[in-house]
Design a protein around this ligand. Structure first.
Ligand SMILES: *Cc1c(COP(=O)(O)O)cnc(C)c1O
Length: 467
């Protein structure tokens, strides 16, 4: 779990150099952020996004599938917006040829604000209201029905108005979970999709298609971090087999597109991108050979694997202290930006990098210490008992691989303000240039979002109620 070491070098030089370059860009960006005042006493925590890295990641995803699909196969890579729900990120990905997978009215609005066209958007939530379904069908957005009741709603909508939306059903192949329960979506009792192995369910799904020629897609997303790629491939194989069965019984190619979900795990233990998209596409090609032969269009929904390694939370060390013989760096990054890591540290460990007060990587010797956050509960630790160069007052601690499901997922504990997020790129003359992705939340905004406009709502309610 130390900086820039573990995990590099498992498959040749280009992967090594990609990882090294990413680490070098990050170090440059931290130093430039301090120099340019984006980080300092008045901005004690920020999120940084590596624009070059995001573009490389999008290109690697596209190239990996281009290398295995039959020429001419339509492939839509739809970024799972929940991983990094930031409009400028969605716009950058759209420009890099990546669409959007959305799961709420808010996420759909973000994708639209980013300019992602309806034809490159997929709606997948497990709790879509009639209004959401109506809007999606009016816009022509692809929808995967989660369950029989939702399919009833689609029946009614399809009867009343024609739609361009490609429509499908989400199934749960029930192939089992991974090492993290909360991100395992293919357990026997998962809340997502039609549970395929339940009694009568498979036949129900087949009949649902046979009775509805407008159902042309089939969807499964069998889990996220903690699911080994081989298990993801099994989920895809089961989905493919079901599509083949439906098409055979339909006597044609009713299902023309398979949506294979996302879920590729991220290496949080080292710098290397492992597994890579190329690894995963080759695994799918080996395990599910028919998938890529051109008979099916494809949709993917990767989230974490596209963005995690492109983001870094950097926080100033406000105080360095010691308790019971343990060194503790009290920083400004804790549960509000790394909620999963703080509440479930075994499942979501993060690498921490130490930088000095000028934003330069801090040299050796390593000292076992806690890297704590600002929140008022003792479990608010980014890392516990971690060996790192000793963090001192005014230094910076960086939580690495936090570009997905971290700093864009603010948790309002202690009314801690949402940090600003900055994208960075080379400035063309050896330096680093930044762009605002999200403004930091102000304390006035915290008050406004906490009922500030209704300060006397409860006291006056009591006064009128007592009469
Ligand atoms: C969360 C989610 C994804 C993305 O999962 P990652 O692990 O971030 O790749 C894709 N599809 C659906 C339906 C999801 O719920």
């Amino acid at each position: 779990m130390e900086r820039d070491t573990g995990g590099i070098g498992d498959s040749g030089g280009s992967r090594d150099s990609e990882a090294r370059q990413r680490a070098a860009r990050r170090d440059e960006a931290v130093r430039a952020a301090v120099e340019q005042g984006l980080l300092g006493p008045d901005a004690a925590v920020v999120g940084l996004l590596d624009v070059t890295g995001i573009q490389e990641s999008a290109a690697a995803l596209r190239a990996a599938f281009d290398a295995v699909v039959a020429p001419g196969t339509p492939v839509l890579h739809a970024f799972a917006v929940k991983a990094t729900p930031l409009v400028p990120v969605l716009r950058l990905l759209h420009e890099a040829g990546i669409g959007a997978e959305v799961a709420s009215p808010g996420e759909l609005a973000l994708a639209r604000a980013a300019g992602v066209p309806a034809a490159r958007t997929v709606l997948d939530s497990p709790a879509k209201t009639p209004a959401e379904l109506r809007e999606a069908l009016a816009l022509g957005i692809a929808v995967n029905a989660d369950n029989p009741q939702e399919l009833d709603r689609l029946d009614a909508l399809v009867r009343t108005a024609p739609t361009r939306s490609p429509l499908g059903i989400r199934v749960n192949p029930q192939i089992g979970g991974g090492t993290i329960g909360a991100t395992s979506t293919a357990t026997p009792t998962s809340k997502f999709g039609v549970a395929l192995r339940d009694e009568g369910a498979r036949e129900w799904v087949v009949r649902a298609y046979l009775e509805r020629p407008w159902l042309t897609r089939l969807h499964a997303h069998t889990g996220s971090q903690g699911i080994p790629p081989a298990l993801l491939a099994r989920g895809v194989a089961e989905t493919y087999a079901l599509a083949e069965e439906i098409n055979e019984r339909a006597g044609g190619r009713q299902i023309d597109t398979l949506d294979i979900g996302g879920g590729l795990p991220v290496n949080f233990a080292g710098e290397a991108t492992a597994p890579s998209y190329a690894d995963h596409a080759r695994l799918l090609a080996a395990e599910v050979p028919g998938l890529f032969d051109g008979r099916y269009g494809l949709v993917t929904e990767f989230g974490r694997s596209l963005l995690a390694k492109q983001g870094t939370v950097v926080a100033r060390v406000e105080y360095a202290k010691s308790a019971g013989g343990r060194r503790i760096a009290v920083t400004h990054a804790g549960v509000q930006v790394a909620t999963r890591t703080v509440y479930a540290p075994q499942a979501w460990p993060l690498r921490i990098a130490a930088y000095d007060a000028k934003g330069r990587p801090k040299p050796g010797p390593e000292v076992v210490q806690d890297v704590a956050g600002p929140a008022c509960f003792s479990g608010d630790l980014l890392a516990e008992g971690r060996a790192l160069p000793l963090l001192e007052q005014g230094d910076f601690a960086a939580a690495l691989d936090t570009g997905a499901y971290y700093f864009a997922h603010h948790y309002a504990y202690n009314s801690l303000a949402r940090p600003g997020i900055h994208g960075f790129a080379p400035d063309g003359s050896g330096g680093v240039t930044f762009a605002t992705v999200r403004e930091p939340q102000t304390v006035d905004e915290v008050v406004a979002e906490s009922g500030g406009a209704h300060a006397d709502a409860l006291t006056t309610l009591r006064a009128s109620g007592s009469r």
